[in-house]
Design a protein around this ligand. Structure first.
Ligand code: NAD
Ligand code: DAU
Length: 350
């Protein structure tokens, strides 16, 4: 084996696409997927590669420092790609502590374990921290987030991610821990937990349930197909410059309401419904507290330095996503049963 890599959060949405890409593309790497399997983690996401000879799963919680240290000693990792996190803004408003524990303390535990393991030789080692554009706060109608945009997080989720980014840079500066950070915009695609806008609305349209649009629906996000994010992570992990930050985005801004209308149209076609049927499900509801108005990423640094650009257009990506959800009813049924039902009823009172 040429390298042994730790990928945290590999049973989640983005992590599962990253694990699959690395397991298939690098047969001479050993890939260790470490995940606590919270409500958002699902090993069904990785059924197709679970028996690959270069893949190992470790069930562990990154908030458990001693357990994390023992896993670093067991595998002697050459690199870490850290995705494990509490990731849903609405849940962070309900229960900030879980976000502080996992996103801040959990990241600190991983940094400490990497520092201890690599203390005598940091050559060729790399700690890759996967972060979000939400750390930059909210934009007005103009402008884009650059890597130099000052941090201004607005939700408990984004504040906890910002804190973890600062810790990674501090370990780089103080202990010379080799690191890279990427800050990415909104992802969508297969295996996305249906609490987030795109998969929640696909599921609701399919089941003729209301589509809860927050506030005036004119909030703007920049959408990226998840496999293009995984490609970017591969490029930055291998070729990104040490100590650098790279923004990743889709060059693809949509107001929520316009996105929802497009989704309704595509779903009408897919379900053989008369055009306009699904739009009738749109229901404007109370806004998310502290809702960020607009995110838009300038991803030109990554494009210029490493040649990355999204490979999938939004229309294509949305169709691929809808097709995946329609073909994977069992997956949806499994993840929407139990605890998720309780969360949904409390959040939306619908
Ligand atoms: P997700 O919620 O789908 O998955 C998170 C994974 O982390 C799950 O498998 C979960 O079981 C695991 N996890 C949670 N707490 C853990 C703990 N204490 N110990 C070990 N594992 C734990 O998240 P996602 O959407 O795939 O996001 C992955 C990463 O990418 C996160 O760091 C997130 O901040 C970042 N990000 C997400 C987006 C997006 O649009 N989804 C965009 C930019 C950045
Ligand atoms: O920008 C990157 C971030 O994108 C990631 O760091 C987060 O992990 C990820 O969850 C996502 O955060 P958002 O808050 O932007 O995603 P969400 O899908 O929750 O919401 C997208 C937009 O849609 C946002 O403006 C809120 C709105 N929305 C969301 C839900 C769930 C609604 O109007 N109704 C809803 O029911």
């Amino acid at each position: 084996m040429k390298k042994t890599l730790l990928i945290t959060g590999g049973a989640g949405f983005i992590g599962s696409h990253v694990v699959r890409l690395f397991v298939n593309k690098y047969p001479d790497y050993k890939i260790v997927n470490l995940d606590a399997l919270t409500y958002a983690g699902n090993l069904e996401n990785l059924k197709d590669i679970e028996n690959a000879p270069n893949y190992v799963f470790e069930k562990a919680d990154i908030t458990d420092g001693p357990h994390i240290n023992s896993i670093f000693e067991k595998y002697n990792f050459d690199g870490v790609i850290h995705l494990a996190a509490e990731s849903h803004v609405d849940r962070s408003i309900e229960d900030p502590n879980a976000f502080i524990q996992t996103n801040v303390m959990g990241t600190a535990n991983l940094l400490n374990a990497a520092r201890a393991l690599w203390k005598n030789n940091m050559d060729g080692k790399r700690f890759y921290h996967v972060s979000t554009d939400e750390v930059y706060g909210s934009l007005g109608e103009e402008g884009f987030f650059l890597e130099t945009t000052p941090y201004d997080p607005q939700s408990p989720y984004s504040a906890s991610k910002a804190a973890s980014d600062h810790l990674v840079r501090a370990y780089g500066n103080t202990y010379h821990l080799p690191f890279v950070i990427t800050n990415c915009s909104n992802n969508y695609g297969p295996n996305h937990f249906p609490e987030k806008l795109v998969p929640l609305f696909i599921n609701n349209i399919k089941n003729n349930k209301p589509l809860p649009v927050y506030g005036d629906g004119k909030y703007t996000r920049d959408w990226l197909y998840v496999k293009d994010h995984a490609r970017a992570i591969d490029m930055v992990f291998h070729d990104g410059r040490n100590g650098e930050t790279y923004n990743i985005g889709g060059f693809n801004e949509w107001q929520n309401i316009e996105l929802v209308k497009l989704l309704c149209k595509e779903m009408d076609v897919r379900l053989g419904r008369e055009l306009g049927t699904s739009e009738q499900l749109i229901a404007y509801i109370k806004d998310r507290p502290g809702h960020d108005r607009r995110y838009a990423i300038d991803a030109n640094k990554l494009n210029k330095e490493l040649g990355w650009y999204p490979s999938v257009t939004f229309e294509e990506g949305l169709r691929l996503t809808i097709d995946w959800y329609m073909a994977n009813e069992d997956w949806l049924n499994h993840v929407t049963s139990g605890d998720y039902k309780k969360y949904y009823e409390k959040q939306y009172k619908m």
